[in-house]
Design a protein around this ligand. Structure first.
Ligand code: SF4
Length: 104
């Protein structure tokens, strides 16, 4: 999950680039971007806003703590598969990512 963070270090991405990176991230995973494009757009805007205001693409629906080490856990994509909401509902906390449905 940290690949996206490492690649983005020191660079500001546009929303289109973020969307492309997130789409590529999900291509081989058991989760996909939420099919609700408006929701995804809003969440990406939140991420870009967090980067502008706080320096990194922090989760758009959680508050940073001002403790850098702790806040690194909030950089999107986070380790959302450890969250109860993933296990029970198949989505990350913000619903940016949702479990891939069986396509068979
Ligand atoms: S909960 Fe979802 S949107 Fe928030 S950081 Fe994690 S993966 Fe990103």
């Amino acid at each position: 999950m940290l690949g996206f963070l490492e690649e983005s270090e020191g660079k500001t991405f546009t929303r289109e680039e973020i969307l492309q990176a997130l789409t590529e991230l999900t291509s081989q995973q058991d989760f996909v971007l939420n099919p609700d494009k408006e929701k995804v757009e809003l969440l990406m805007m939140g991420m870009v806003e967090n980067e502008t205001n706080h320096g990194l693409k922090y989760c758009p629906c959680r508050m940073t703590t001002e403790n850098f080490e702790e806040d690194l856990k909030l950089v999107c994509p986070c380790n959302f598969k450890i969250q109860k909401v993933w296990r029970e509902q198949g989505e990350c906390w913000c619903t940016l990512f949702v479990r891939r449905k069986n396509e068979s």
